[in-house]
Unconditional design. Structure first.
Length: 112
């Protein structure tokens, strides 16, 4: 794991040519209610089975509600054999994210 990325820094790089793959590790219902635009949903428990979705990516940012579980997810991604990209966790999680949220459902707003 390469550390944590600040929310403002992630928001800046989301629109660059070198945009990271943002992996939201929450459950699908929470993800649907609101997530970092362009992110993919791979719940933490499914990450070992879904590692092929991140293999070959040069930069991965993991996201969770408060920035704690995403640190563990970032360490897990970094530990996979054959993965040699940069891996960071979103510092403070979605709680610290001030950028826009993308929704894939019309459910009422709820905390993470």
């Amino acid at each position: 794991m390469d550390g944590e990325i600040q929310p403002a820094a992630l928001e800046r790089v989301l629109h660059s040519e070198d945009a990271p793959l943002v992996v939201d590790i929450r459950d699908p219902a929470s993800f649907a209610r609101g997530h970092v635009p362009g992110s993919v949903n791979i719940p933490l428990a499914a990450l070992p089975r879904e590692i092929e979705r991140v293999r070959g990516t040069s930069h991965v940012v993991t996201v969770c509600p408060h920035g704690k579980a995403s640190v563990q997810a970032a360490r897990l991604v970094a530990s996979f054999e054959g993965f040699d990209g940069r891996v960071e966790s979103l510092h403070g999680g979605l709680e610290a994210w001030e950028g826009p949220l993308e929704k894939t459902t019309e459910q009422p707003d709820a905390p993470f």
